[in-house]
Each structure stands twice: as C-alpha cells, then as structure tokens.
Design a protein around this ligand. Structure first.
Ligand SMILES: *[C@@H]1O[C@H](CO)[C@@H](O)[C@H](O)[C@H]1NC(C)=O
Length: 314
C-alpha cells in the first residue's frame, strides 16, 4: 500500500543554474571583485566573454592557525577568533522588489518585474536593512551574525524575523540541495508564520504582534498558497506546518472550491464517486461534478477503499 502523502518540490518556475553551486561560487555571488568563497579561500569573481561567471581562487588561509578569509575592508587572511564568512547559496528572483540576501547581510538583490536579479553589496561595510532600504545594519546585529533561515525540507516556509513583510520557502533542487527562496507579501500584508494576512489582522488591542499564537497552522484543509505558485499547486497544513502540494497529473487547483479539479471528461455522471486517476494519497477520492473530477478527503482516520468506493476506517 502507498504510504503517506508525498510532498512535492516547489519549483515556482525557477530558472535554475546549471553548475553545482559549490563548483562556481561566483555564480551565486554575481558581483565582480574579491570575495571569500569560504573560510579558507579568497576568490575573485569575474565574467568571461560570454557573460558567465568564473570563480578564481586567489589565496588559501591557514585556518588551523585561526587565519580566516576576510573580504571586509582588507582582502586576505586575517586572524579571527572564529570564521565569519557566511555560507553561500543560490538566489533566484521571484517577485519584483528589493530582497535581503538570505546568506550574507551585506548583500541584497533588486529584482526586476522580469525576475532579473541585480545583486548589490553595501559598500560601507554595514548590513542591508529592508526596513529602510539602505545599508544601516550594524555588523554585530543578529541579522549579520546568525543565519536567518532554517531549511530542513522542501516546501517548508518561514518568516523573515527582521521584517515580517518577507518570508522564505525552502526549495530542494538537485543542483544545490536545500535553499531558501525569498518572497514578500503583497502591499499591506504581513507574514504570520504560515501565510500573508492583512497587517491589521496581526495586531491585537495593544498593538503588539501575536506571533506566537499564529505561528502554527491548524487548518487541515487545502487552501491557496499565500505566495505565487503554479495553478497546479496548493497549500495544506500538515502537523502544524504549511506544505506546498501539487495536484495529481491532469488536475489543477480550483481556488473557488479549494480542491484539485480535473479537466473535463465525458464518461461520468454528476455526484458519482470514483477512484481519482493519478492520486497518490490513500485518503483521497473523486466526485464527478459537471463532467469534472473533484478531489475530496475521507474523514480523519479513514482511507478510500478503491474496490467498494467507500471511506473506511484504517
Ligand atoms: C573553499 O572553496 C574553494 C574554492 O571554491 C574549494 O576549492 C575548497 O575546497 C573550499 N574549502 C572548503 C573547506 O570547503
């Protein structure tokens, strides 16, 4: 028997790079000049004649003697009590606007309406703040010293602590494994832990934010994802976490009835209960309505018996 609901990879129509991130870090950095590729290597990023990024390793630091790469002020190996070079990863624009770089607080990205990324780096050595859209964050601030995202599985969603208009979705692609894709709620909306809600909805009487209470989702039903996805994807709360799920092949998500609906078919009668084609979850069944199949769930603790077409206790 097929087991639990598989969670599909959320791809959001990403233009994924073709080189593994670690082989060519400059592809992720996207700015010419010196950069610490990791704790031990100072590199130089340069574009070749065809516009592709090339990574040149310039210098190796003796990390066993606490000399780590530095690209702040001085370029080279400096003595540091601990390495401060951030982990790097890919960045893909999803929406128009300014976005913080999830890895390096000094970096930010201006995304065009065509989803073209212009990477920027603060030239004054400070960190970029989305709140002021300028380089004013002290380098000692938490945003600069600690990783601001946590990705343990694909489809995972988290808020951007420093600015609740932003959130991220963890994406798993075979090229660079798990990484966060930065997103922003539309104007007037803020992220409450699992979806974008009107700003006013998040304030209680004394005006403070109710993050604790709303950070877990509880709704078990399907709903429209709070961020842009394709029309074959929807969101669902599973064990208190929002997950992005793809409709079975041949189905798309209908936001009016909040379920996956098939293309028109000819051979079913209204309100006929059927096995859904291509369905993977064992508790789902289909009902024919106006020549379309709509997916429904058996009650909790039940599965759909494909032979007698009934929901039965597990
Ligand atoms: C650091 O980056 C360089 C160049 O990309 C690579 O050759 C080296 O293996 C990396 N070192 C570590 C410890 O990851």
């Amino acid at each position: 028997m097929r087991s639990s609901l598989p969670i599909y990879i959320l791809l959001l129509g990403l233009a994924l790079g073709t080189t593994k991130a670690d082989d060519n870090p400059c592809q992720d950095v996207g700015l010419a000049g010196f950069v610490c590729l990791n704790c031990t290597t100072l590199g130089y990023c340069i574009r070749d004649g065809t516009g592709k990024w090339e990574t040149k390793s310039m210098l190796d630091c003796q990390s066993e003697h606490n000399f780590f790469c530095s690209d702040e002020g001085t370029f080279g190996c400096t003595w540091q009590s601990q390495c401060k070079v951030p982990k790097r990863g890919p960045f893909h624009c999803q929406q128009e606007g300014s976005f913080p770089d999830p890895y390096d607080c000094r970096r930010y990205h201006k995304c065009s309406d065509q989803s073209v990324d212009s990477p920027h780096i603060c030239s004054n050595g400070a960190g970029y703040s989305t709140l002021t859209d300028s380089c004013v964050l002290p380098r000692e601030s938490e945003q600069c010293t600690e990783e601001q995202f946590s990705c343990s599985r694909s489809g995972q969603v988290g808020g951007w602590t420093a600015d609740n208009r932003y959130f991220y979705v963890c994406i798993d692609d075979t090229e660079s494994s798990l990484y966060p894709v930065m997103m922003k709620c539309r104007e007037g909306y803020v992220f409450n832990g699992y979806s974008c809600v009107p700003e006013s909805a998040l304030k209680n009487l004394d005006g403070s934010l109710q993050e604790e209470e709303s950070s877990k989702c509880v709704d078990k039903t399907r709903y429209e994802c709070p961020f842009r996805t394709s029309e074959i994807q929807y969101c669902k709360c599973v064990d208190g976490e929002q997950q992005v799920i793809t409709c079975p092949s041949g189905f798309h998500f209908d936001t009016r009835i909040m379920t996956c609906v098939s293309e028109r078919i000819h051979q079913c009668k209204d309100f006929e209960v059927l096995n859904c084609p291509n369905v993977i979850a064992k508790n789902e069944y289909c009902i024919c309505i106006e020549q379309q199949l709509q997916i429904y769930d058996c009650p909790k603790g039940h599965y759909f018996n494909a032979e007698n077409l009934l929901c039965q206790e597990e």
